[in-house]
Ligand binder design. Structure first.
Ligand code: MN
Length: 294
């Protein structure tokens, strides 16, 4: 069974002292198995407190981030790419410390709109940089899942096919793909086929409506997506993500272009989403069993 996760920023504005506590307590009370902690810079987080809160509420963490222009691992400038490697090493250490085993998000490039395509040198730096971080992460039991995001949020990995090539070029078994239904809805011709194409490389999954609000209340057709996850025998976390101006931090709001309120009550959104994920995956299993026995 897939663990069901909740992105903390559905509930709170930031993973600061009060935000972390509220997110962990609320996600556990709703019944989630996992909380996704946005930790862009571990130096700004009280990791011991985070670890203790997670233990107290029996919640597993995943950690996500987006690299910045200053830590762009896909930069052709070796010093900038190396700064990205250094940042990811710190995030891997923090993840292992708080009891997590997955670092996800936009870690193959900066999380930003690019005005030019990636360079060959930058692509090679990203591949070798992720490989270097992964080799260190393996000993700590941490997997890196590179998120595939739409063209306005990165120039490197916009489709699952690109991510398959990237992950195969890295060639480390603790590096995989992080897909997100919001981004797939923009870029993929067939989201279900994209999921199946990742095969065992798929290591993390975001469920996200096209408007990033209440899931099931938008224009994404989730039934084939859940069926593809079952068919691909994906057993990793399925994490609900949503953003509204009511709960978005300035960093996230800027990069994700969160300019309006699509919900006010994050707890209600999160509660309904967990029901939707459970029902969606259960229905997908039933459909596939029924088709097999017909
Ligand atoms: Mn996402």
């Amino acid at each position: 069974m897939n663990p069901f996760g909740l992105h903390a920023l559905v509930l709170v504005i930031d993973w600061d002292e009060s935000g972390a506590e509220k997110a962990i307590r609320t996600a556990a009370a709703i019944g989630y198995d996992l909380i996704e902690a946005p930790i862009f810079d571990p130096a700004s987080v009280d990791l011991k407190r985070t670890r203790d809160l997670l233990r107290r509420h029996k919640l597993t963490p995943s950690v996500s981030l987006g690299l910045t222009a200053e830590t762009d691992i896909s930069s052709a400038d070796r010093a900038v790419s190396a700064a990205g490697v250094a940042r990811l090493h710190k995030v891997v250490d923090a993840t292992a410390f708080i009891g997590g085993n997955t670092v996800a998000g936009v870690i193959g490039s900066a999380w930003q709109k690019y005005l030019v395509p990636p360079t060959d040198a930058g692509y090679k730096n990203a591949v070798s940089g992720i490989r270097e971080v992964a080799r260190e992460a393996r000993g700590k039991g941490v997997t890196l899942a590179v998120e595939v995001v739409n063209r306005f949020e990165s120039n490197l990995l916009n489709t699952a096919a690109q991510a398959v090539r990237f992950v195969d070029a890295v060639g480390e078994d603790n590096v995989g793909i992080h897909l997100d239904t919001f981004h797939m809805h923009i870029e993929e011709a067939d989201a279900a086929a994209a999921i199946r194409a990742c095969g065992p490389r798929l290591r993390y999954f975001h469920v996200n409506e096209n408007h990033r609000g209440y899931v099931g209340a938008g224009s994404i057709d989730f039934a084939p997506i859940f069926r593809a996850l079952v068919t691909a025998e994906y057993d990793g976390a399925i994490t609900f993500e949503a953003f509204s101006s009511a709960t978005a931090s300035p960093t996230v709001a800027g990069n994700a272009a969160v300019w309006r309120s699509v919900f006010e009550d994050g707890e209600d959104v999160a509660r309904r989403a967990l029901g939707y994920l459970k029902e969606g995956t259960a229905n997908a299993r039933r459909a596939i069993e029924q088709a097999r026995s017909a």
